[in-house]
Write a protein that binds this ligand. Structure first.
Ligand SMILES: [Zn+2]
Length: 109
């Protein structure tokens, strides 16, 4: 974080309680590949400016990435798998160029 304080919620297992970590100005948080489910947000009234740095993986590395997302069909936060729709493009995909699939009910978005 460059300015402000961000709050990160992490859990190794979506069925377990999450842990909350605050990261202040000039602070950093590190995640290994496939480490934990993670979510960052600003719970303060002040702006937060930060940098996210990812170590060079290729676009197809998105295949197999899982995220906790609210599923309207399940009516709950469930594990979703992510896949890039254009596997030949090595750049990080835009969110609308990705297929997000609920692993509980199989619905795509
Ligand atoms: Zn679902």
């Amino acid at each position: 974080m460059l300015e402000g304080t961000a709050t990160f919620e992490t859990t190794p297992d979506p069925n377990e309680a999450s842990e909350t970590t605050e990261v202040g100005p000039m602070g950093a948080i590190h995640f290994e590949a496939g480490d934990v489910f993670q979510q960052g947000r600003n719970e303060t009234k002040e702006p937060v400016t930060g940098l996210a740095i990812g170590v060079g993986s290729e676009r197809h590395a998105w295949d197999g990435v899982e995220a906790l997302v609210d599923c309207p069909d399940c009516g709950a936060e469930t594990v979703h798998s992510l896949a890039a729709s254009d596997a030949d493009d090595p750049r990080m995909p835009a969110m609308d160029a990705m297929t997000i699939t609920c692993t509980a009910c199989g619905s795509d978005r």
